[in-house]
Design a protein around this ligand. Structure first.
Ligand SMILES: Cc1cc2nc3c(=O)[nH]c(=O)nc-3n(C[C@H](O)[C@H](O)[C@H](O)COP(=O)(O)O)c2cc1C
Length: 220
């Protein structure tokens, strides 16, 4: 069946509107093929060609960790310890720096909440935790590339009827040599971002945003 441009756009608009942050998943495990198709979408996201330069090895990698795997048992405490260290480092740095304290208060609260939960949401709370790695280049735009990659993956997961959660503390784990060794990447050379996916526990409303007119100017 061939769809008209209008029909294709209606589908795209629906998927964009239905893309939400899912923070509760059921135990049902998506098929590996579904995860591969999400990764396929991530691979097709743009990358910063000029920043990466000529590269013998492909500059984008994915590591898929299943919820009840041996790998997850090893990795989850590693990420939690990472968060604890991050929280401690930031608290110490902010203690004598009012500007930093003011800037970082939201993130510090988030780290404190994770600490008191005793686990990192998205790491072992969904059937899959996926880490995407992007080789560092110049200028250092790898986190931007990873954001494009995540958005493509997020939209694909939405189209598959799966929930998706960004696990942004994964980015800080790039500084952790054990975590990098675990992923099989060279420490210091890669930037990271993570996400969790699985079937959502609840249906969320489409995203609510201001109207285009409220936030857009068209200077003459
Ligand atoms: C850079 C970035 C980091 C984020 N980190 C997290 C995260 O670690 N955990 C989480 O649950 N959501 C995270 N989010 C999701 C946002 O909180 C979410 O997109 C926002 O609240 C809007 O809600 P929506 O995604 O349902 O439209 C992140 C989003 C972005 C863009």
């Amino acid at each position: 069946m061939t769809l008209t441009t209008e029909q294709e756009n209606a589908i795209l608009d629906r998927i964009i509107g239905e893309r939400r942050s899912c923070r509760k998943f059921i135990d049902r495990v998506p098929a590996d093929e579904q995860i591969e198709s999400i990764i396929h979408a991530g691979l097709h996201a743009p990358f910063a060609a000029a920043a990466i330069g000529d590269n013998e090895n492909y500059f984008r990698r994915f590591v898929v960790v299943r919820k009840s795997s041996k790998a997850m048992k090893e990795l989850a405490p590693l990420v939690f310890d990472g968060v604890e260290k991050m929280a401690g480092d930031l608290e110490r740095a902010a203690a004598n720096n009012a500007e930093l304290r003011e800037q970082a208060v939201g993130f510090m609260n988030r780290l404190a909440a994770i600490k008191s939960m005793g686990m990192v949401p998205g790491v072992g709370t969904a059937p899959f935790y996926i880490v995407a790695a992007e080789k560092k280049g110049f200028p250092p735009v790898e986190q931007l590339s990873l954001a494009h990659c995540m958005e493509n993956m997020w939209l694909k997961a939405t189209a598959l009827g799966l929930g998706f959660q960004i696990v942004s503390v994964t980015a800080q784990m790039a500084d952790n040599p054990r975590f990098c060794r675990f992923l099989g990447i060279e420490h210091g050379k890669w930037a990271l971002m993570g996400c969790a996916t699985g079937y959502p526990a609840e249906k969320l409303s489409p995203s609510i945003r201001p109207s285009v007119r409220e936030v857009t100017t068209w200077p003459g």
